[in-house]
Design a protein around this ligand. Sequence first.
Ligand SMILES: Cc1cc2nc3c(=O)[nH]c(=O)nc-3n(C[C@H](O)[C@H](O)[C@H](O)COP(=O)(O)OP(=O)(O)OC[C@H]3O[C@@H](n4cnc5c(N)ncnc54)[C@H](O)[C@@H]3O)c2cc1C
Length: 496
Amino acid sequence: MKFCWFWGNKLLFVDQSYLEKFDYIVVGAGISGLTTALILAKEGKKVAIFERNSDIAPLLRPYKRKGVSISPGLHVCGWMGKGEIVEKFLNYLNVSDGVEKVLSENGYGTVIVNNKIYNIPRGYEAIKEALCFYFPDYRQTIINYLDLIKECVDQIFYFNHSLPPLKNLHTSFIDASNSSFRVYLQKHNAPEELIELLDAMSYLLVGSRGNELPFLMHSFVIGGFFQSPGFFPFNGITRMLDNFKRELSKYGVKIFLNKEIKKVLVDEKKQAIGVETVDGKKYSSSNVIVTFNPKLLVSMLDKGVLRPIFIKRLEDAQNTFGFYVAYYKVKRELKITSKSIVFYDGHRDLLIGLILNENSNCYVLSAFMPENETNFSYEKFSEEQKKELAMKKLQLIEDTIYNILPEIKNDLELISFLKPWSFEKYTKTVNGSAYGTKQSVDYIGFQHKIPVKNLYLVGQSIYPGFLGAMISAFSLCLEILESNSFWAKVVENETK
Ligand SMILES: Cc1cc2nc3c(=O)[nH]c(=O)nc-3n(C[C@H](O)[C@H](O)[C@H](O)COP(=O)(O)OP(=O)(O)OC[C@H]3O[C@@H](n4cnc5c(N)ncnc54)[C@H](O)[C@@H]3O)c2cc1C
């Protein structure tokens, strides 16, 4: 419905079907959406978040099964050292109170590749010595590889705080990384065993394989795990999310829960002007920021808004794998040297990550297995077929655990089992993809700007993982806000 009034000598029409008007509407309350909304609100913008679930951060929020807390989507994180970027971000956002960060004593942990066991410690020097011990004939290759990782990381202002912020980080990423890290290692005569080891370590954290992952993206993720790998205890994650709620409310951000966005509204000049929810309500905004899988954009915009060339880019983008995740209560104390084990069997292309966490009253073993078939469309599966597939995958996970840790065969109690379609159901990420769309040298990755004015993209499809999603939020805000003064507040924030 429209009504009009006079302003000076102008007749203005106001569309009353719009409920409220914001500077920025953020679609999705995952870590990227929460971070973007809070930064913009702290910097004086009127912001709203729309989330289809009944609470914020469904992918991160720990939940309880059989009295045990488990978190779906945040188990490990790089750059967890004092004064490093995770701390800077959380302090700037003022969400770090009561949130413990733990550095992993054993570094990356144990990696078993084709039945050979490697222990990957923490810190470049220690890793260099360990890798040279396992591959004594390739010392120079290993040194060159680690030096290049350090060099790449050192050129990125998120990790080297003496550098000024670059507004468009992604462009420099693309320019500087035309080759995949597998091609780099092959060119430097690395043996296949070493490449497989590094690929297994990296694939679990990024969702793109060594032959597709740009070296620079590999360095940014693995660099953090070489230098300062760590984790947040689950109660710390809950606390962090509660802190987000407190800060968002302090800065007047309106959070709409159980509100799924059906459409991003665009005017005749092809600029975003708001959103429409599935219950038909419209909200007006000068800008819209979406955090979901970019492949969903086509269905959210009217026909003709996106040019065919961009639609083709969306179609060409591949999704990262979806995870099968099994959580077990461990009925007795486990004496294992590493709390994190990665198992890779190249012949079966079987990759499984195991993480042991201490809960308040017991140990919890989490097992992550990627679905290698990333183009699966679970929609076509009947409930019966899904059940059958899930049972097969669970069996594979359990056989692998018993193979690696035979002594605990009778001490595990399954408490929760998540499948790729569980993640798709909650977060709408296509095929349950754990890290959104793939990072690949084969096609141009996504940036914040979408060819629709005032419509932006943030989230894991730009930079993968918890920290990547946060970086994507900060880098969009660097584009939107006056970068130098805003960034100064982030890096100058005193370590608490
Ligand atoms: C099993 C698993 C384990 C993982 N482990 C780790 C780990 O240990 N370390 C790490 O760094 N990363 C890990 N990740 C990846 C990490 O969790 C993600 O990269 C990160 O949380 C993504 O954040 P995001 O904000 O980009 O996306 P999301 O968290 O997916 O946020 C998008 C939000 O948008 C909402 N949404 C979607 N469509 C709509 C709509 N139409 N209307 C309204 N709301 C909508 C969704 O519900 C969701 O809340 C893991 C992922 C999985 C699946």
